[in-house]
Design a protein. Structure first.
Length: 216
């Protein structure tokens, strides 16, 4: 009996360890009738575009994302052009994860020996549902329309949970997203800008690998 329990516990530990070490994989899907093989150039939305406001990102995140996208698309021989001359427009959105600090209400402050304890940090989760809906409307995202994936599977689910970084490629003619990918970017409260940039670069690189450049 003891040997059996040991075997079960060992097997459970192995399964849990394997799951914990499973690398994150970028998911993507696209519109099958868009001619990706004809794409030669891309653009980003300008600072004065309404789509720019939908993204709601810090300058550090925005610059890291766009710089990495430029590097990856350069490797695919795609050229950065003004938005009115580009074959596709790149948009992105991060489903915010970091909680917002909120000062403890005075009535909840504890005291010890008549002296107030150092101010504690209270946190509240950020509700991203409305922001994500607004972004999806801004890029005319249609989940049912983007059924194909690079490996040939259909009905791929795109992660939109807190921490997910989303990239969309927009058809300038229809103003609709024809490709979407996501990858988790989990940011800790005290991470510095360099750590943040490394995470963003890894995420963007993994997502752009899913770009269906040979689809025809």
């Amino acid at each position: 009996m003891l040997l059996f329990r040991f075997y079960v516990l060992s097997l459970l530990f192995f399964v849990l360890s394997s799951c914990a070490n499973t690398p994150n994989v970028a998911a993507s899907h696209y519109f099958r009738y868009f001619k990706f093989y004809e794409v030669e150039s891309y653009a980003f939305y300008g600072r004065n575009s309404i789509n720019f406001d939908y993204q709601n990102l810090s300058d550090v995140m925005r610059n890291s994302i766009e710089f990495t996208i430029e590097s990856e698309f350069d490797a695919k021989n795609l050229i950065l052009r003004p938005i009115d001359k580009a074959d596709i427009i790149v948009s992105y959105f991060w489903v915010a994860l970091i909680p917002e600090k909120d000062k403890a209400p005075k009535k909840n402050r504890r005291q010890m020996n008549g002296q107030p304890i150092e101010q504690q940090a209270y946190f509240k989760k950020i509700d991203n549902s409305d922001k994500l809906k607004n972004y999806n409307r801004g890029v005319n995202y249609c989940q049912a329309c983007l059924k194909m994936s690079k490996d040939g599977r259909d009905n791929i689910k795109i992660n939109t949970q807190p921490g997910a970084l989303i990239i969309d490629l927009i058809d300038p003619k229809t103003k609709r997203s024809v490709w979407r990918s996501s990858y988790p970017v989990i940011i800790k409260e005290k991470e510095n800008s360099q750590e943040l940039q490394l995470k963003i670069q890894r995420a963007v690189t993994q997502m752009i690998k899913q770009y269906p450049i040979s689809v025809n």
